[in-house]
Design a binder for this molecule. Structure first.
Ligand SMILES: C[S@@+](CC[C@H](N)C(=O)[O-])C[C@H]1O[C@@H](n2cnc3c(N)ncnc32)[C@H](O)[C@@H]1O
Length: 257
């Protein structure tokens, strides 16, 4: 496992209100370190296994784009990176995360190219990757726009970003029961499974605050990416966003399709 050297792990660390703990890098790092060993199981239980299908959709988009060199940011215990390796023939997948205990779990799942680094300051030159993916990680970052700009920077012209994260269903019929689940049931079950209820206490609030749908599309397009598309999953409890780094005038797109 490689360690980023340059600027330290938390160059964007800034004081935050206690209400925004879910975007405080120190809190996020501590929370994921404490649940690392039980994260994958807890995820599958809480989503009744549906999260597997959502990650496969990400892999399908990357495969359709042609695979190549892929960076999975906030790779954690490697669920999405593993799905990419299994679902995108010939792809080389690098997993990046600022939480070493989560990466230790990824290593147990057969991932070999892992790097400890902050997703807001990726230790890669401009234009390195054919595709960049992030599953359930952007929401916890201190600066969503800054992260998206950084993702655009490391992509090759013509490369794609696929963001997968939770959202709220549009239908009020689904929204109310889902909110009850998020704010009341989920923290209890997750606390019971991981032994750390605090790590999940802010999940519901973070999903409430995280931009989704058209708002997220605007954020993505304002970050140097274009053609952003939104694919709500299962009535919108999860959302997949896809966008491309446009080739500059005169630059040939490297889309591998
Ligand atoms: C919910 S887990 C997602 C893991 C995996 N991508 C998945 O699909 O299950 C979120 C991960 O984001 C990581 N993370 C949060 N903020 C980060 C940042 N600024 N830089 C790097 N990793 C970050 C956490 O350490 C954690 O491992």
């Amino acid at each position: 496992m490689r360690k980023a050297s340059a600027t330290g792990l938390f160059p964007y660390l800034r004081p935050m209100s206690s209400r925004n703990q879910d975007q405080n890098p120190e809190f996020v790092h501590r929370a994921f370190s404490s649940i690392a060993q039980r994260y994958v199981l807890t995820n599958h239980v809480l989503s009744l296994g549906i999260d597997v299908l959502w990650r496969r959709k990400v892999a399908r988009h990357v495969r359709e784009h042609g695979g190549g060199l892929i960076l999975d940011v906030a790779t954690g215990s490697g669920d999405l990176a593993r799905t990419l390796l299994d679902g995108v023939p010939g792809a080389r997948v690098i997993g990046a995360d600022f939480c070493a205990p989560m990466l230790a779990e990824a290593k147990k799942r057969g991932l070999t190219e892992l790097i400890v680094c902050d997703g807001l300051a990726l230790p890669f030159p401009d234009g390195t990757f054919d595709a960049l993916t992030i599953g359930y990680g952007l929401r916890n970052m201190a600066d969503w726009s800054g992260a998206l700009r950084e993702f655009a920077r490391v992509l090759k012209p013509g490369g794609i970003v696929v963001v997968l994260d939770f959202s709220l269903p549009a239908s009020p019929l689904l929204r109310s029961p889902y909110r009850f689940y998020l704010h009341h049931l989920l923290p209890r079950v997750a606390g019971w499974l991981t032994g750390n209820r605090e790590a999940y206490a802010y999940l519901g609030d973070s999903i409430e605050r995280f931009p989704s749908g058209e708002t997220m599309l605007s954020l993505i397009e304002a970050s140097g990416l274009s053609g952003a598309k939104w694919e709500p999953q299962w009535g919108g409890i999860s959302s997949l966003y896809l966008a491309t780094k446009e080739a500059a005038a005169g630059e040939k797109s490297v889309s591998r399709k």
